[in-house]
Write a protein that binds this ligand. Structure first.
Ligand SMILES: CC(C)(COP(=O)(O)OP(=O)(O)OC[C@H]1O[C@@H](n2cnc3c(N)ncnc32)[C@H](O)[C@@H]1OP(=O)(O)O)[C@@H](O)C(=O)NCCC(=O)NCCS
Length: 151
């Protein structure tokens, strides 16, 4: 049976950020693998450099990675003020392993982290995976609107 290991990193994921740590706190070239996972399977995050990924992790309150052996197969992160507002970001599962419940595992791990659990409202943005998140208890936020600052 295939074994997947879910890693709940410390806030800011210092081990992953500096040493590429994966399961059992082993250096696993995790940052390189995260960059590849984004390049291949996350259309919105394809151009992130190592330095940007390090800053991204440093600024994340909750970070989860999912491994199959030495392969990084899933990832998700969240920011939170710990009481009022939290946002999930960058949830992704490797294409060949999608549809097997791994995305659900990543999101459930994010949602059960204290910093997210204790937040009054949890938001996320998605382009084409609303159906996935509806299964996990999210709903459209109408009448709220999503605005983005002009470039
Ligand atoms: C979206 C994504 C994270 C889902 O992960 P996954 O491992 O494929 O999803 P799961 O197998 O855990 O699915 C959990 C449930 O959601 C359903 N589901 C998955 N994707 C769905 C979709 N796009 N629309 C509707 N339902 C979906 C599954 O059928 C499953 O339902 P079940 O429990 O009744 O069987 C993954 O497909 C992915 O990485 N996609 C590309 C990147 C992306 O678009 N990420 C979202 C960014 S906001």
């Amino acid at each position: 049976m295939t074994r997947y290991r879910l890693v709940e990193h410390a806030p800011g994921a210092p081990g992953l950020r500096w040493f590429g740590m994966g399961p059992d706190l082993r250096p696993s070239r995790g940052l390189l693998k995260l960059r590849r996972l984004f390049q291949k399977h996350a259309f919105w995050a394809q151009d992130r450099s190592f330095r940007e990924l390090q800053r991204m992790l440093a600024g994340s309150d909750v970070v989860v990675s999912l491994w199959r052996g030495k392969r990084l197969v899933g990832f998700g992160r969240a920011t939170s003020d710990g009481i009022h507002r939290a946002v999930l970001w960058d949830v992704v599962v490797a294409g060949d392993l999608q549809g097997r419940g791994l995305g659900r595992r990543v999101v459930e791990a994010l949602l059960s982290a204290p910093a997210i659990r204790q937040a009054e409202r949890v938001y996320l943005m998605t382009t084409n995976s609303a159906g996935f998140y509806k299964q996990l208890g999210f709903e459209p936020a109408a009448p709220q609107q999503l605005l983005v600052r002009k470039q």
